[in-house]
Design a protein around this ligand. Structure first.
Ligand code: V47
Length: 409
């Protein structure tokens, strides 16, 4: 707990400032010092320096739609309020358990596409009975009905689940290849939680561990499938464990970027260009409805610190996203000066978490609202697609083309 007797200007951050100015990599001890300082102005200034070096005041958002296809899950993660158990064969399901069929999923995607979305973000629980063909059919049907709509789907945990439900069992690589062939465009960053055995055993014991999460993302990158990374913070983990999580991601990203560099140097470029993590999304724990509902969840200051420390520690990640569903639109706006350059998107429906006291899963910001929040913070709103290309639209909203980002002025 920090107290007001600590100095508001913390000179002990000076050596870290020197490193940041010189473009030097920060250590775990630096990460902890940044987390623990009361001097959030210096923390914000340093994180913003990195943000502006990379992006100036550009602030990315996209028009997307989340589709959570089912809340049935074989896991019982303590932080999760989303999952419902599948009833015994003839037993009644929980009142709020659900499972969308393919037609419902495709209809939602088509509706989003018609309203201008460039991305659907599809994840669900680990369904005990659906076959792998359900997921490939889902991608194929969306691709056929909505050409050009990017399918960002399935956390690493779902991918591992798919390897276990196929007969004969497919490898991670085979599952990813089958999904890509069916239309999968990229992987979201979910399911990472905190890469630590103690936290794993306490909060999400039955979930596959960090080795599997990294296996999936490394394999995706080798195949040229881009992905994101997350950290679920503010439950039972310590600050040390958060910083260690960031360092593990930084190391994995070093390896992915080295693979890309080797491919680019190689005179014989067999296979697709490898990919890497595109963005990092710190997810602020929402206790309501979970088995950890007695915990307070992160404060606004903790949210701001976590976003800023992430920007400073992950020197090889291009983007830091404030997922406004978690950090709230108001704090996400403030965070645009604390290292964040991406606001995520319009979202529309989100079933995994609900804000306290507000049971609805309709969670939407319009493009106008997002752009106003960004502009008010001195940002330049830039609509991106999932792969961070600029989306150029006609006056009537139709997508004319996507183009590579121009260098920051
Ligand atoms: O994996 C579950 C988290 C994740 C809670 O890649 C919770 O662009 C807070 O990964 N409080 C899914 N978080 C969401 C996710 C995501 C979201 C937005 C963008 C992207 C991206 C990825 O939600 C889960 C889990 O880590 N989660 N329960 C909770 N109570």
């Amino acid at each position: 707990m920090l107290t007001t007797s600590q100095p508001a200007i913390d000179a002990s951050l000076d050596p870290i400032r020197e490193k940041v100015l010189a473009g030097e990599r920060l250590t775990a001890a630096d990460g902890l010092a940044l987390y623990r300082t009361r001097d959030i102005f210096t923390l914000g200034e340093l994180a913003n320096l990195i943000r502006e070096r990379r992006h100036g005041r550009r602030t990315f958002y996209n028009i997307n739609r989340h589709i959570n296809y089912s809340n049935y899950c074989v896991l019982r993660c303590k932080f999760c309020s989303f999952y419902r158990e599948l009833p015994a064969r003839d037993g009644p399901p929980a009142a709020d358990a659900y499972e969308l069929n393919l037609e419902q999923i495709v209809t939602r995607a088509a509706e989003a596409h018609a309203r201008g979305a460039t991305e659907v973000h599809i994840v669900g629980g680990l369904h005990p009975r659906l076959p792998f063909s359900f997921y490939t059919d889902m991608c194929r049907a969306i691709r056929e009905r909505c050409p050009g709509l990017h399918i960002k789907a399935f956390t690493a945990i779902e991918i591992v689940h798919f390897t276990r439900i196929t007969r004969p069992r497919l490898s991670i690589r085979e599952v990813l290849l089958a999904l890509r062939e069916a239309g999968l465009g990229s992987l979201p960053g979910g399911g990472a939680e905190i890469f630590d055995d103690r936290v794993h055993d306490e909060a999400f014991r039955n979930k596959v561990g960090e080795a599997h999460w990294f296996d999936v993302h490394r394999t995706a990158h080798e195949l040229g499938i881009a992905s994101n990374a997350t950290m679920l913070y503010g439950h039972v983990e310590s600050l040390e464990e958060r910083v260690a999580h960031l360092l593990k991601l930084r190391e994995a990203q070093d390896a992915s970027l080295a693979r890309i560099a080797a491919w680019e140097r190689s005179p014989v470029r067999d296979g697709p260009r490898p990919a890497a993590f595109q963005c990092f999304i710190p997810l602020s724990f929402i206790p309501a409805g979970s088995a950890l509902a007695h915990l307070p969840g992160p404060s606004g200051l903790d949210d701001l610190r976590t976003l800023a420390v992430s920007r400073l520690m992950l020197d090889n990640f291009e983007h830091i996203k404030a997922f406004w569903i978690m950090q709230s639109p108001k704090l996400s706006q403030v965070a645009l000066d604390w290292g964040v350059d991406d606001f995520d998107g319009t979202v529309v429906w989100y079933d995994i978490t609900k804000r306290e006291g507000d049971g609805t899963t309709h969670q939407e910001l319009t493009v106008e609202q997002i752009r106003r929040l960004i502009r008010e913070a001195g940002g330049e709103p830039l609509e991106r697609d999932t792969l961070y290309r600029r989306v150029v639209r006609a006056a009537d909203g139709r997508v004319l083309r996507v183009e590579p980002l121009a260098p920051v002025a």
